[in-house]
Design a protein around this ligand. Structure first.
Ligand code: PRP
Ligand code: URA
Length: 210
């Protein structure tokens, strides 16, 4: 069963409060989502392997130091709303490649509809981090992960800002190998499939659509 990490760092939680507020406008919403993604990047990369290297400092030659041991990362935002997390992640992982999976949730059935996939050619060698601010029923995340696995992805993590318990369970059941990183695990879904208390429609709030 995949693990669930709720990243309860005070800065993440403080910014999340403003993301949730109805009165937060598009500009601030976008900046805050970026900032939270960057803070979450710090946590999700905590277990990246390091190797010892030798460097010359201004004081001595051959000092032992640490460097990332070449693990390749791929970021995969789920369009549209996942795009809002990419820049924040790239601030901390600038060498990551970025693939895109386009999905929208049919408002009647709540089932995901895939409309676009473009991925780095070497995804099977990369640790992939799927990005989406919202994990509601889990349909979109599961479809994106299916899409990646069908293209030979092997190592996948899922990073969302807000999740409903229903979505977490759905991903754990369909993809027990995928660990989930969240800023908050909310109470429930409402009858329209929105997360409660949630933050509303993430895509609309990021891009100013309705
Ligand atoms: C939202 C959100 C997730 C999905 C979550 O996308 O960004 O992708 O809903 O819901 P689920 O867990 O029930 O699948 P939406 O379908 O609104 O598309 P958008 O990002 O293009 O607005
Ligand atoms: N998608 C969103 O953008 N918000 C929700 O609360 C649920 C799905």
């Amino acid at each position: 069963m995949g693990k669930v990490y709720v990243l309860d760092h005070p800065l993440i939680q403080h910014k999340l409060t403003y993301i949730r507020k109805e009165s937060t406008g598009t500009k601030d919403f976008r900046e805050l989502v970026d900032e939270v993604a960057a803070l979450m990047a710090f946590e999700i990369t905590r277990d990246l392997p390091l190797e010892e290297v030798e460097i010359d400092t201004p004081v001595i030659s051959g000092a032992k130091a640490k460097a990332l041991s070449g693990k390749k990362i791929g970021l995969v935002p789920i369009l549209r709303a996942g795009l809002g997390m990419v820049d924040g992640m790239l601030q901390l992982i600038p060498a990551a490649k970025v693939g895109h999976v386009g999905l929208y949730r049919d408002p009647e059935t709540l089932k995901p509809v895939e409309y676009y996939v473009k991925l780095p050619s070497d995804i099977e060698e990369r640790e992939l981090i799927v990005l989406d601010p919202m994990l509601a029923t889990g349909g979109s995340a599961n479809a994106a992960i299916d899409s990646l696995k069908n293209r030979d992805a092997r190592q996948i993590r899922l990073m969302c800002i807000v999740a409903a318990p229903e979505g977490v369970e759905a991903v754990q059941e369909a993809h027990p190998d995928v660990d989930i990183y969240l800023a908050a695990l909310d109470e429930k879904l409402n009858e329209k499939g929105y997360i409660v208390p949630g933050l509303g429609d993430a895509g609309d709030r990021l891009f100013g659509t309705k």
